[in-house]
Design a protein around this ligand. Structure first.
Ligand SMILES: CC(C)(COP(=O)(O)OP(=O)(O)OC[C@H]1O[C@@H](n2cnc3c(N)ncnc32)[C@H](O)[C@@H]1OP(=O)(O)O)[C@@H](O)C(=O)NCCC(=O)NCCSC(=O)c1cc(O)c2ccccc2c1O
Length: 280
């Protein structure tokens, strides 16, 4: 038990959204399918991550799964159609028989989100669920956690973050092994290969994760934002640089120098940039 007084909010069917002490906890809540996701799950996760991003009281986000048996077992194979995963009757695409691969949008959202996202894994992190933990900034694993990709066994693969970000995390040879052989790895093996940050007894999982979150909450939010952007920019190419450049613009807007430009325009005068140093 972490002793955290989580407050639940939002109206979701497939997930749970809770907050406390500057932390948002987002739980995939489909334990009967080992928390496999369907399109609806991913729409709700995207909304919850947006809520957490916009909430200035939230500094760290925890992504986890309901129960002790699985964080997430990837795409729900029981609703997989011919071109992706089929949503319910309220999904216009599904009504036309068109599938979705909308976990890819969630992966990008986690990478771009300017707050640390910690994956809290008990039990299986498998397939597309494994890729989600790879996309998170940190992973705290319980000692019962099992990690692995299944794509080539079940007729799928993730050639994006699931492949090259994994390779960047554990090295090329190990990433190939994980994908080519589709084995499962224990929490301790995952820690040894740098796939998770730490392993704790299952009963201490949330307590430890919250301790890490609290430690990050003591740090400068802007510094964390910039470090996350910088680390991701290296592997996200132009899209990563776009995010990082946006952060640079935000910081510039916050300066007296940029505000002089805005004020001069509004006051219909020439800007007085001479008073700002030309830094070495
Ligand atoms: C995770 C397991 C190894 C666990 O095995 P175990 O024997 O402990 O448990 P069960 O197999 O009995 O599972 C219990 C219960 O849950 C159901 N279930 C588990 N996983 C799924 C699932 N992914 N989809 C649907 N249902 C699932 C299981 O059927 C049982 O219920 P019953 O009612 O039938 O008894 C093992 O469960 C396992 O191997 N699961 C499948 C893992 C898997 O292959 N996942 C999909 C990989 S592909 C993927 O996730 C993916 C998704 C995307 O959206 C992509 C998008 C773009 C590119 C790539 C994508 C991608 O690869």
């Amino acid at each position: 038990m972490s002793g955290v007084d989580w407050q639940r909010s939002g109206d979701y069917s497939d997930i749970i959204y809770e907050t406390a002490e500057g932390i948002a906890k987002i739980t995939i809540n489909r334990p009967h399918r080992h928390n496999a996701f369907r399109p609806q799950t991913l729409f709700e996760l995207q909304e919850a991550f947006n809520v957490a991003r916009d909430d200035s009281d939230v500094g760290v986000i925890i992504l986890t799964g309901a129960g002790e048996q699985a964080f997430c077992s990837g795409g729900d194979q029981k609703i997989r159609g011919e071109d992706g995963y089929l949503g319910g009757d309220d999904d216009a695409a599904a009504r036309q028989g068109i599938g979705r691969l909308n976990v890819l949008d969630l992966q990008v959202q986690i990478r771009r989100l300017p707050k640390p996202v910690v994956c809290m894994v008990a039990g299986y992190a498998i397939g597309g669920g494994h890729v989600l933990h790879v996309c998170c900034d940190l992973t705290i694993a319980a000692d019962n956690a099992r990690f692995g990709q299944t794509g080539p066994k079940v007729g799928s693969f993730d050639g994006g973050y699931g492949s090259w970000l994994l390779a960047q995390t554990v090295g090329l040879k190990k990433a190939r092994e994980i994908w080519y052989l589709c084995r499962q790895y224990s929490a301790e093996e995952a820690r040894e290969m740098g796939l998770v940050n730490t392993v704790v007894p299952l009963e201490r999982l949330e307590e430890e994760t919250v301790t890490w979150a609290r430690e990050m909450l003591e740090k400068s939010p802007l510094a964390l934002r910039m470090v996350k952007g910088a680390i991701n920019a290296v592997s996200d190419g132009a899209a990563g640089m776009q995010q990082f450049a946006g952060d640079a613009t935000m910081l510039y807007y916050m300066s007296d120098e940029a505000q002089e430009g805005r004020d001069a325009f509004k006051e219909k005068r020439s800007p007085e940039f001479d008073r700002f140093p030309r830094r070495p």
